[in-house]
Design a protein around this ligand. Structure first.
Ligand SMILES: Cc1cc2nc3c(=O)[nH]c(=O)nc-3n(C[C@H](O)[C@H](O)[C@H](O)COP(=O)(O)O)c2cc1C
Length: 372
């Protein structure tokens, strides 16, 4: 497993298991549990203010001496007209009426793209690894992070995106298959119909680039890890399965939905933020989605949805909550994040060893002289 060895050395970790960054669900405790177990803990920072970013990073440093990864979004700043905003609110008007929400209520300011101010903060924090979703930062930011010795990773959903990310300075590619929970990292296309499953994507990305590839999407147990390594990935990045751990920040509503979800219960929807993301179907998705052309550009769709979500959640319902989940949630179960990290790695090694033993035994049986 030369590829895996090279990646582990590059990232300074022991196990080929990367905790997916999950903006809104990450905690320093989750990151530290994974990093202390030998994997790579990642924190999804896209919804943090600069002050929160610094505080959370301090907490991570207090909880682990091992490598960790900070993750940011690289989307273009949104440009939403008043008409687009109005059209979206008109779509939501019946729900505002039903739940007594002020039709002009707004919650904004979250999911900021990576900018110079964030870059300064990251340089001061000095994590070993920085990763991105929706592309890469600008050339100057990339060279500043690299000059400081940081390893840069980013998500690709096609082999063309993987090649582009390497041109833009990515040292490692996270190949994100269609099964993945949360937002699609897609940035060269917005057509969800041509997005690729992990099984087909990983080997094609491995062939397309000469940097290590981490497989992501639909891996929730050791069988998925072994399969991803067999496809040529150097490691896996796992999100949904870690939502089941006590260290993840997941609301009771979200946890309850995850617990009973099945392989056919999720869809890609743009209703919550304006970008396609995989989550569990609920009333909002059923009635207005899953994709709706009126939803304003990412992340602005959220401004009008969040007050509605908050109001409905107060009544104990997740009908308007983004219940992010990948297709493999039903394979996951409640367990500690350190234990999950170790179980994924050791289970995969056992499976690969068994496969090796079996194939050696078969070869020997083949070579043995025919019985008399
Ligand atoms: C709740 C949730 C939030 C996510 N947030 C981010 C994020 O902030 N940044 C990112 O790069 N990927 C994010 N992702 C995508 C993951 O990096 C990864 O591609 C995905 O979780 C892998 O599929 P799985 O969920 O089947 O393990 C998120 C995924 C989930 C489930």
């Amino acid at each position: 497993m030369k590829r895996t060895r090279e990646l582990l050395d590059l990232l300074g970790i022991d196990l080929p298991i990367v905790l997916a960054p999950m903006a809104g669900n990450s905690t320093p405790e989750l990151v530290a549990a994974v990093s202390n177990a030998g994997g790579l803990g990642s924190y999804g920072c896209a919804m943090l203010s600069r002050e929160q970013l610094i505080e959370e990073a301090q907490r991570m440093k207090a909880l682990t001496n091992h490598s960790f990864n900070l993750n940011f979004f690289c989307h273009a700043p949104p440009n939403v007209t008043a008409e687009q905003e109005r059209a979206w609110r008109d779509k939501l008007a019946p729900y505002y009426g039903e739940f007594g929400v002020d039709p002009n209520a707004t919650v904004s300011g979250n999911r900021r793209p990576f900018d110079d101010e964030t870059c300064e903060a990251v340089l001061a924090i000095a994590p070993k690894i920085v990763s991105f979703h929706f592309g890469m930062p600008n050339a100057e930011q990339v060279s500043r992070l690299k000059a400081a010795g940081m390893v840069l990773m980013s998500s690709a959903t096609t082999s063309a995106e993987a090649r582009r990310l390497v041109e833009l300075g990515a040292d490692v590619i996270v190949a994100q298959g269609l099964e993945a929970g949360g937002h699609r990292g897609m940035f060269l296309s917005s057509d969800i119909n041509t997005q690729v499953g992990t099984m087909a994507l990983v080997p094609q990305v491995v062939d397309a680039v000469n940097v290590p590839v981490i497989a992501s999407g639909g891996v929730a147990d050791a069988r998925g890890v072994a399969a991803a390594l067999a496809l040529g990935a150097a490691a896996v990045q796992v999100g949904t399965a870690y939502l089941f751990t006590p260290q993840a920040k997941v609301s009771a509503l979200h946890r309850a939905a995850l617990r009973v979800t099945r392989d056919d219960a999720t869809v890609l929807t743009n209703l919550f933020t304006g970008r396609p993301a995989r989550g569990i179907v609920n009333r909002f998705v059923r009635e207005l989605g899953p994709m709706n052309a009126t939803a304003p550009q990412f992340p602005m769709a959220a401004n009008a949805v969040t007050p509605l979500r908050a109001q409905v959640e107060q009544r104990g319902s997740g009908d308007f909550t983004p219940l992010w989940s990948g297709q493999a949630a039903a394979l996951a179960h409640e367990t500690d994040a350190s234990e999950l990290t170790r179980a994924l790695a050791t289970g995969a090694l056992e499976l690969l060893r068994d496969l090796g033993d079996r194939s050696r035994a078969e070869q020997q049986a083949h070579r043995a002289p025919a019985g008399r």
